[in-house]
Design a protein. Structure first.
Length: 660
């Protein structure tokens, strides 16, 4: 019993209690041994504590970081695959997983200790700054809870640190309906908005009021669309098969009222940002040299404070030994990633017509330059092409400008141009020799354009039409993108059967969308936010993956078996090796299958579990809860008697995949 008690306490109460200040380092210790009398009393203490709890996706080593966060979607591919696309291969963990409370516990502790002192006027420092850092704690707790909702759905709402009592700890482990957790998140964000400054004490390197409004719109839109598209499934509270009935037998929900509430919240929060923050200008160069283009530089600058659209960003410093490898692995080569053919073909022409539409002016895909010609300017400047400028050699170390070569689709995994369509978003024109592998370009966390997109989608779903404000926001985005601002031209010429070939989001609940306006709202989001880590979350909330249960999709890249195959020769001899070539290991997919490169059809061995395409099962919309959490919250260590319930489709058995 004592051992089980300690495990629950660790799961729900202790978390990772580590404090740092100018004078003290307090080792992790039982809550009963902590005395806060010498800490969390000053503005500096508060600032140090909350910044240590920032947990946002930013740049890192090779294969990770902002621009790799869309890998393993229909937007980007790597040389490997994610088990989420292979039903049965994603397993229930024995221990750990997403069902943990470490950061939530730390933030609860901060709020519990600091807010009473603040109300009693017992904190020293500038009053506005003190309020700001308290506001950060509410924002950060909301952020952690939203991570849990996205991963697990229903989740316990714990707002205080817990006593060392078994009954209280077990009771606190009861999962709450996801819509109620989302309402709690919005409440925390309202507190943050009230307390945060419009401009933080540290420019855009710390949270601010507009970041909180933006994040509130994100949370509300996510929950509204999850409830809308997953209604009547076990993934929505109150449905017939919802497993939460075990813990909440009397729970009821008016699904339409909840959807309307969250859509309204999303609209109101989004317009606060979109009305106040203009978009950064795009000079609309052709992609050869974008070094003077503010829109391009916004993603690679070392100082992002100059871009109002950037609401929060992380800085790096060689002097402080804080750097990343994005430029080294992704910008100077392929970085083991690449845009899919589907993403590239989703970009319209600059005249607003889809590439397949009559009179579009599409130049074809026999080369990357023709693919990019006369297209949406985002494709032109954010996708590499041969003979485009790679380094401007500002530090005069390479003997002159360096140009991009042909994409290396057969090289080492860590440097490979996996699809042939290479990422350029975030690329720095700094000399590779000057910067080396220790990159110091900034990493965007929140960008105001998301608020524009959130408002457009939320308002359309709520009103069933484009209101004047949504249309204005949309036109501003398209104008910056170098696309005809008349969205109706694109809508009228959209063929949903064609779009369904290249875009998972052409579906919801297994059916192709019939609403072309709604699809194009989704398309705009896909294109504007590409390589910024939104795609998989969007596909989940739109329930845009059901069709893969019965119709797996094989993703493709460049048209390698066309004129571009001449790029891959050495002294007139092709280096491309097809599968089943005697005595050789394949490095490209077979010409007989498709003219387009199919990275997951190179290895035809049985151990390649995505050989026949991405597949899906409903359980994968949420993550499983690890097995040990069921035993430690059970009165007799029997999982069936646990106060927890597993997510739909997942077994309460370690190391087994989803059942459906």
């Amino acid at each position: 019993m004592k051992n089980k008690f300690n495990k629950i306490l660790s799961m729900l109460a202790l978390g990772s209690l580590i404090f740092t200040s100018c004078d003290d380092f307090l080792d992790r210790a039982p809550l009963s041994n902590i005395t806060p009398s010498d800490y969390l009393n000053t503005e500096a203490d508060l600032a140090t504590y909350t910044i240590s709890k920032y947990n946002f996706p930013t740049h890192g080593g090779w294969g990770v970081g902002t621009f790799a966060n869309d890998n393993h979607t229909d937007n980007q591919m790597t040389s490997s695959y994610a088990t989420r696309w292979v039903p049965g291969e994603w397993k229930v963990p024995t221990a750990g997983g997403d069902y943990e409370f470490g950061r939530i516990r730390d933030l609860n502790y901060f709020i519990e200790q600091v807010v009473p002192k603040w109300k009693a006027n017992k904190l020293s420092g500038v009053a506005g700054n003190i309020e700001h850092y308290i506001g950060e704690s509410y924002f950060l707790r909301a952020y952690e809870y939203f991570n849990k909702v996205q991963a697990l759905g229903d989740f316990p709402i714990i707002k205080t640190t817990l006593k060392d009592e078994l009954g209280e700890l077990v009771g606190a482990s009861v999962r709450q309906p996801r819509n109620m957790v989302s309402r709690f998140i919005l409440s925390d964000l309202d507190s943050a908005i009230t307390l945060l400054k419009s401009a933080s004490p540290n420019a855009q390197n710390r949270l601010n009021k507009n970041a909180a409004y933006l994040f509130k719109s994100r949370v509300a839109l996510y929950e509204a669309t999850w409830l809308m598209y997953h209604r009547n499934t076990a993934l929505v509270p109150g449905s017939a098969n919802w497993p939460g009935k075990k813990s909440h037998p009397n729970f009821t929900i008016n699904i339409d009222t909840e959807i309307d509430f969250f859509l309204t919240q999303a609209m109101e929060a989004a317009e606060k940002v979109a009305d106040a923050v203009p978009l950064v200008n795009n000079t609309k160069d052709n992609g050869y040299n974008s070094s003077a283009n503010p829109y391009f530089n916004m993603f690679n600058d070392m100082d992002m404070n100059k871009y109002g659209e950037v609401l929060l960003w992380r800085s790096y410093s060689a002097a402080l030994n804080v750097s990343h490898n994005v430029n080294h692995y992704m910008n100077t080569n392929g970085g083991n990633t690449g845009y899919t053919r589907g993403l590239v073909e989703s970009f319209t022409m600059s005249n607003g017509l889809p590439i397949y539409a009559a009179g579009s002016g599409y130049h074809g895909d026999d080369s990357i330059s023709t693919v990019k010609a006369d297209r949406d300017n985002r494709l032109q400047i954010f996708m590499k092409g041969p003979r485009e400028l790679r380094f401007t050699d500002r530090n005069n170390t390479t003997g002159g400008p360096m140009l991009e070569g042909y994409p290396d689709i057969v090289g080492l995994a860590e440097t490979r141009y996996v699809t042939g369509y290479a990422l350029k978003k975030g690329m720095s024109y700094l000399s590779g020799q000057a910067e080396g592998s220790a990159g110091t370009t900034g990493s965007i966390v929140f960008r105001a354009v998301e608020a524009y997109l959130n408002y457009i989608e939320a308002s359309y779903l709520k009103n069933k039409s484009l209101n004047a404000k949504a249309l204005d926001y949309w036109q501003r985005i398209r104008t910056r993108a170098g696309v005809n601002s008349d969205v109706q031209i694109t809508i009228n010429n959209t063929n949903m059967q064609e779009e369904a070939k290249r875009d998972f989001a052409a579906y919801s609940a297994g059916n192709i969308l019939t609403d072309k306006t709604l699809f194009n709202i989704r398309r705009e989001r896909r294109l504007e936010l590409m390589s910024e880590g939104f795609r998989f979350a969007d596909l989940k909330r739109w329930r845009a993956l059901d069709q893969l249960k019965t119709n797996p999709v094989i993703l493709e890249g460049i048209k390698v078996w066309g004129p571009m195959q001449k790029w891959f020769t050495i002294k007139g001899v092709s280096v491309l090796i097809e599968p089943n070539t005697p005595g050789k290991t394949a490095n490209v997919s077979a010409k007989s299958e498709s003219s387009y490169l199919r990275p997951y059809r190179i290895n035809l061995n049985a151990n390649n579990l995505v050989l026949n395409g991405y597949r899906w099962t409903e359980a994968h919309y949420l993550s499983p809860i690890a097995f040990n959490h069921f035993t430690i919250t059970s009165s007799d260590a029997t999982p069936a008697n646990s106060s927890l319930y597993q997510n739909p489709g997942w077994p309460i058995v370690a190391d087994q995949g989803a059942m459906q």
